[in-house]
Ligand binder design. Structure first.
Ligand code: PML
Length: 243
């Protein structure tokens, strides 16, 4: 059975507006193109880039991480809760995690913009990204039946952001040396973030202050992580999550 990866990126004056990624069988390509175009058709853009590629090797993950929800009165309380769990799961000192989380909330790249991809941090609190502005991006992951699973999540009150983020977190945590992940959106009004640990996707509201345009991800990894292999896994290996 052959699968194709479809990647769409829309921009306006070279600024990213919207993006979508899917992994589907050939007969679904036309429907998916229509779907992802609908997603951006109401926005202003001057360029859409679509790439469709045959996937040579496809891997499967048995199920998505289990979703849990927690609500707090303030981002401070919410982040303290996240830091507690992340420290327990990774063995990394709370002060280190707190410092890195603060960076994500204030713009983690050198010029105080958001990093383009995720920060990678080991248990000694050392940053391992090859480029501190670019970070690493998890791509090439989708659900085996995205529409069915989307409907299931929508009925429970979740959004397409949850769907996409759950796919990314599930692929990340499937890598043996990734111990945990922290994420807040760069959308100023999307204040639900998450932490992911082995088997769990823990949604936390409000993980950031309303109106803050900063966001990003941190991947917490084991000390002996092979960084080349990690990049290859996150960026090049294609996974479908069974649902
Ligand atoms: C959720 O609603 O489950 C949290 C999603 C975070 C999305 C982060 C992003 O915008 O990439």
């Amino acid at each position: 059975m052959s699968y194709f990866s479809i990647k769409m990126r829309a921009s306006l004056e070279n600024k990213h507006i919207s993006g979508a990624e899917r992994v589907v069988k050939k007969e679904k390509i036309q429907d998916v193109l229509k779907d992802i175009y609908e997603k951006i058709s109401h926005k202003q853009f001057d360029n859409i880039n679509i790439k469709i590629e045959l996937i040579k090797d496809i891997f499967f993950i048995d199920k998505p991480l289990e979703i849990k929800d927690y609500k707090f009165d303030s981002p401070i309380e919410a982040n303290n809760f996240a830091i507690e769990i992340l420290s327990k799961e990774t063995g990394i000192k709370k002060e280190c995690i707190e410092k890195l989380i603060n960076l994500i909330h204030t713009g983690a790249s050198e010029n105080k913009d958001n990093m383009r991809g995720a920060m990678i941090v080991n248990q000694n609190c050392e940053r391992l990204e090859k480029d501190r502005n670019r970070g690493v991006r998890t791509t090439n992951v989708d659900f085996s039946d995205r529409e069915k699973f989307k409907e299931f999540l929508y009925k429970k009150g979740y959004t397409e952001r949850t769907l996409d983020a759950l796919a990314i977190a599930t692929k990340n945590l499937n890598y043996p040396d990734i111990l945990a992940e922290y994420c807040i959106s760069d959308e100023p009004d999307y204040i639900t973030g998450y932490i992911a640990i082995k088997n769990q996707y823990i949604r936390i509201t409000p993980l950031k202050k309303l109106g803050n345009p900063k966001g990003g991800r941190i991947y917490f990894v084991k000390n002996n992580t092979d960084i080349e292999d990690l990049y290859d896994y996150l960026q090049n290996k294609t996974f479908l999550i069974k649902v």
